[in-house]
Design a protein around this ligand. Structure first.
Ligand code: FPP
Length: 293
């Protein structure tokens, strides 16, 4: 009997991954969480088990992007907000559960007042303009940062989208606004001190879990991957506690040019890395390795 063309056709990476029971289970878990999750259609060469659950992003290069085009810096920030939308939608399709974007740091108050004002207005416009799209895509909106110092309209806009999307079951989009990681850790320390003073916490109960539980979004998993655009090799006071074991990916792409293909590339590189969390690789765990075989 002659072989049918299908039986001799080389198997694709997608077929290989999809037929693996653990991959099938991970895909089912992703789809149960978010019906639009379909990583094998989007990046068939990446094992879905290696998709990061939480990605943190330092969106850098907006100003340079605008300057290259002869426009004011705020034009870059506006296009950065557009890139944010594309990235988070694609992340959802890839089965990523959460993304946290560095949108305005405590240090950003040092920028010229016109730029600060424009960023605050952009934040309000973003919240108002994205609400329907977030609801349509079942994306839950969160924000982290200090409330103190933010204009009332910005707080109202952020809180209102948080409320509106609180029942969304899909990926979480978290923006860090008026955020600094040292301030976040100091705020957690102050909460701990208050609880000890009130007698609801004992000093001997302070451990890593107790600190982590008092950060701004303790329910989000630690980021697996930290993406920084525009080439700088710094973490800039971003999620310092949470990124302890995150893999870093730095690209020279300026943030407004970051798109689905750029996200795929970051995830592809992440998926190819070996995460050791201070331990050893599986292949290194047995010191006699091949010699014992
Ligand atoms: C860094 O680029 C970017 C920022 C400080 C702001 C990022 C904000 C957005 C993309 C808008 C989205 C906002 C919300 C709240 C959803 P840069 O200006 O430092 O760029 P440069 O290094 O080229 O000057």
């Amino acid at each position: 009997m002659s072989a049918t063309p299908t039986s001799t056709a080389p198997r694709t990476a997608t077929q290989d991954f999809a037929s693996h029971p653990e991959v099938a289970a991970r895909l089912a878990e992703m789809r149960a969480r978010y019906a639009k999750a379909d990583p094998l259609t989007r990046i068939p060469d990446v094992d879905p088990r290696r998709i990061p659950r939480h990605i943190a992003v330092i969106m850098d290069g907006n100003g340079r992007w605008a300057k290259q085009r002869g426009f004011p810096r705020i034009f870059g920030h506006r296009n950065g907000a557009r890139a944010l939308r594309e990235t988070v939608e694609e992340a959802g399709r890839l089965g990523v559960e959460a993304m946290t974007f560095y949108s305005f740091s405590l240090e950003n108050w040092r920028r010229p007042p016109e730029e600060v004002q424009a960023l605050m207005l952009l934040c309000v416009a973003y919240c108002e303009g994205e609400r329907e799209a977030l609801l349509r895509d079942d994306i839950r909106f969160r924000w982290i940062g200090r409330r103190d110092g933010l204009p009332a309209e910005v707080l109202a806009a952020l809180d209102s989208v948080v409320d509106a999307t609180s029942r969304c079951r899909g990926p979480t989009l978290c923006v860090a606004v008026n955020y600094g990681a040292r301030a976040e850790i100091a705020d957690a320390a102050r909460r701990i001190a208050d609880e000890i003073k009130a007698g609801t916490l004992r000093p001997e109960d302070i451990n890593e879990e107790a600190v982590a539980a008092r950060l701004y979004a303790p329910d989000l998993p630690d980021p697996d991957l930290l993406i920084r655009t525009a080439g700088e090799l710094r973490v800039s006071n971003y999620l310092l506690w949470q990124i302890s074991y995150a893999e870093m990916y730095v690209t020279s792409t300026l943030w407004p040019d970051f798109d689905s293909a750029a996200l795929h590339q970051a995830i592809r590189e992440y998926a190819g890395r070996s995460r050791r969390f201070g331990g050893l690789d599986d292949s290194d765990a047995n010191p006699i390795g091949d010699l014992g075989a």
